[in-house]
Design a protein around this ligand. Structure first.
Ligand code: SF4
Length: 390
């Protein structure tokens, strides 16, 4: 498949690995800030194929995982109301709030529906004028434009029984917070290509310069990740810290002007709490004042929320890259995808789920990592994941 197969080519992967190996002379720690990239890394064993000097740290790049517990609890409270039809993408239904999740609300009689687009929720609102329809709008810069467009459309069509429960987050302030956090070990970033396809790259040069970290925008296939690592390591070895776009097939420096205009119209920047991390200044979006009547928090004025995280869950440390998922004592025992304690085990993009799914179950000393296979002629049709990497 075009744009997929050629970015999973094992022979090219080995060449990139050889290049990285010949470049690296000392330890470097890089962070990917995207759950999709984390899953590619673990699925294909890319972290194990890299030289031992290079550590990949999984950052807070899973949108479901960073949605604050307080917002999940507000969703549960709103979804429980008899007049409400609560619409959400499916991956939010199993995210644990304080004591229950949206599936449980549904089992107790709540009208909770899975939709595949916020516009589907708007259709539900048109068909049910006597009910209040709420869409759970979470995520990074990637999901914010369609949610903004839906609110814009609701007002244009005069649909007044629709509202958005908003918990959108922005990547650059999170990078800033990570670099300022005590004990931060990150020396370079792989920035998420889909975020930059919306936002462009203008927010990154200042971050790279101030914190003296290379930031390489890259994609989601194995060769994208390896090329991102190659470029970041090359910069680090040379003492450079600039922004590079290694995902030019999707990212333009100016981003997507139509999406940016929609964001500018509907949302305004606000401080936002990230689950397990805390409040990061300027790291979120909320509905702008002129759209306030479409804000579910405003419409339902949910108060009296008291949140409680499971004591055993260390997802905050996972999200900050302070521990790997299998270093959590509950991993694979008390906490599994079937019985998750934290959002990082529920979400399809969560790091804990990736480690569980791809059987990264045991801790091993760095020297126990398998070394990459030698560069030699291989079957170019064999998928990279067929390599003995896990
Ligand atoms: S393994 Fe489970 S309990 Fe541990 S950090 Fe991940 S989600 Fe939380």
């Amino acid at each position: 498949m075009r744009y997929i197969d050629e970015f999973q080519d094992p022979a090219l992967a080995r060449r990139l690995l050889d290049d990285i190996r010949s470049t690296v002379t000392r330890p470097w720690a890089l962070m990917e800030v995207c759950g999709g990239q984390t899953h590619t890394i673990i699925r294909h064993g890319i972290d194990q194929l890299l030289p031992d000097e290079i550590e990949l740290i999984h950052g807070p790049g899973c949108p479901v995982c960073v949605t604050p517990l307080e917002v999940i609890d507000k969703a549960l409270e709103i979804a429980s109301r008899p007049e409400v039809i609560f619409c959400s993408f499916g991956d939010m239904l199993r995210v644990p709030g304080t004591g229950r999740d949206l599936f449980q609300v549904r089992s107790e009689g709540g009208d909770v529906r899975v939709v595949y687009s916020p516009l589907d929720a708007l259709k539900v609102a048109r068909r049910n004028p006597d009910r209040e329809v709420v869409f759970f709008g979470i995520g990074f810069e990637t999901t914010a434009p369609p949610n903004a467009m839906t609110v814009h459309q609701a007002r244009k069509l005069g649909i007044t029984n629709f509202s958005l429960l908003v918990s959108h987050v922005r990547v650059p302030p999170a990078i800033e917070a990570i670099m300022r956090s005590p004990g931060c070990r990150v020396q370079g970033f792989l920035a998420a290509g889909h975020v930059c396809s919306v936002m462009g790259t203008a927010e990154y040069p200042d971050l790279a310069a101030r914190h003296r970290v290379p930031i390489v925008v890259t994609g989601f296939e194995p060769l994208d990740i390896l090329e991102g690592v190659r470029r970041a390591v090359r910069q680090l070895e040379r003492g450079e810290h600039t922004v590079e776009n290694a995902y030019a097939r999707a990212v333009r420096p100016e981003g997507n002007p139509a999406a940016l205009a929609m964001l500018e119209d509907v949302f305004e920047v606000t401080d936002r709490a990230w689950r397990g991390i805390g409040v990061i200044p300027g790291s979120g979006w909320r509905l702008a004042g002129r759209y306030r009547e479409y804000d579910a928090e405003h419409r339902f004025s949910v108060t009296g929320i008291t949140t409680r995280e499971p004591a055993a869950c260390r997802s905050g440390e996972v999200l900050q890259g302070l521990i790997k998922p299998h270093e959590c004592e509950a991993f694979g025992t008390l906490c599994t995808p079937r019985n998750p304690l934290g959002a990082t085990m529920v979400s399809s993009e969560g790091a804990c789920a990736a480690y569980y799914l791809y059987r990264r179950l045991e801790l091993g000393p760095p020297q126990a990592r398998p070394t990459a296979p030698p560069a030699q002629p291989t079957d170019p049709t064999a998928p990279l994941e067929a390599s003995p990497v896990v």
